[in-house]
Ligand binder design. Sequence first.
Ligand code: HEM
Length: 483
Amino acid sequence: MDSTPTALPLPTFPPPLRTIESLPGPRRWPLVGNVLQIRPLRLHQDVEAWCREYGDFFQMYMGPEQALVVADHDVVAQVLKQRPDTFRRPALSERIMREMGCVPGLFDAEGQDWRNQRRMVMHAFSPQGIKAYFPSLVKVALRLQQRWDRAAQDERTIVLSDDLKRYTVDIIAGLAFGTDVDTINGGEEVIQRHLDVILPAIARRTLSFVAYWRVFKLPQDRRLEHSVATVRHAIQDLIGQARTRMAREPERAAHPANLLEAMLAAAGQPGSGVGDEAVVGNVLTMLLAGEDTTANSIAWLLYQLQRHPEALARARDEVLRHAPDPAAFTMEQMDKLEYLNGCIQESMRIKPVAPFIPVEAMHDTSVAGIHVPARTLVWCVLRHHSMADSHVEQAAQFDPQRWLHEGPGAIDRKVAMPFGAGPRICPGRYLALLEMKVVMAMLLGRYDIDAVATPDGKEAEELMAFVMSPIGLAMRLRRQRWQ
Ligand code: HEM
């Protein structure tokens, strides 16, 4: 027998964690940190420029608070996946909403409240729910078509964001609240005007270094108060209409026809985790989360297609082949618009309306070997690898084709995350994609686009106010000759 002692394997230890302080990052000032180097309306671009300079992981300071910036798409997806237990949305965002007089909903809910509300919202926005709503969605698109017919006939310029927001609000109100608000045919005093005041205010106050509004109010803060009060009034109206329907038809409590009815039915149940406040909060949340995001995504898509005539022609060809008549649109036709779908994905890769997602660590944890103490802000950058040649071939080019095939030359679909990732991924994504397809199919099949341009004819700038929007795009349409 061999008596040579065999060497015991040495225990291996994971490498010690790095600290955030050990990472590179822009030079900071005492107290204000890097805040003065960030242009609030160009915040995303400033952080993306630092990503190019300092790499996928670096530190920055939002005032005195240290933040870890993560721009590696795999690691971003891992962080976003660890919600709601390890990371949450920053507590500041909920505080700002409440202070403004807005009740938070799913977007700001955490823990068990979030789980309960999420289940209901997912059910309301499920592919089956959206399929059932499709005929009403098309009806809203046809109203927009009438509005655009009039604009084309009068050779009038269309303020793109205004018309598209009317379209998206009407769809959300119909699907989620069961109410036909018809803002497309409404006058100037529509709910969007007030949402347009509230959304930038959330962004502005979240980034504001000094909470001056607690001490005195500027005209913009008084406008905000008025808009919040008007929107709250409109929400009470929507809830009132749903309660009346449910009182008239009590069977709706057992078989709710939409999200609002489901929430109202649940609000009466003990232990449902959905109270009256959550109902109000979620009506507002659906309006805020579904309006600007989808409208601006469509505006960016139109802008990019207009600058790529060969892609536009190919998308139009496809529409005329598979879905030539908006009044007869079907879900099956929409499923056939694969090239248009590629255009949508490509546009959202280059111009994601949510180019970053900030989260906060709930307890001490680690990210890619970096120690992250509890309550640290982790700034997840969504547009970095998705625009890098190292991850996407000729990344700066608008090339819808890359979304159509598998294998060499195809894009790694996980590199772009326009709807976020993990358990809090956008629940409205199926609806949003369908809204985009329907409005684009209606437009491409019926009109020639004369212009989608900024007032000075220069490149559309990206403005970060709650979502990343193109500044001041106007569109001119002409009815196609064969129409
Ligand atoms: C193109 C249009 C849209 C884009 C690009 C978009 C993008 C996003 C993103 C990036 C998030 C954060 C996800 C995360 O934290 O991982 C989000 C969350 C959310 N979105 Fe959307 N969204 C769009 C349309 C909609 C629509 C139409 C609705 C519903 C009416 C909606 C409702 C929500 C809600 C409620 C949340 C919070 C989900 C949660 O925290 O659990 N979104 N969206």
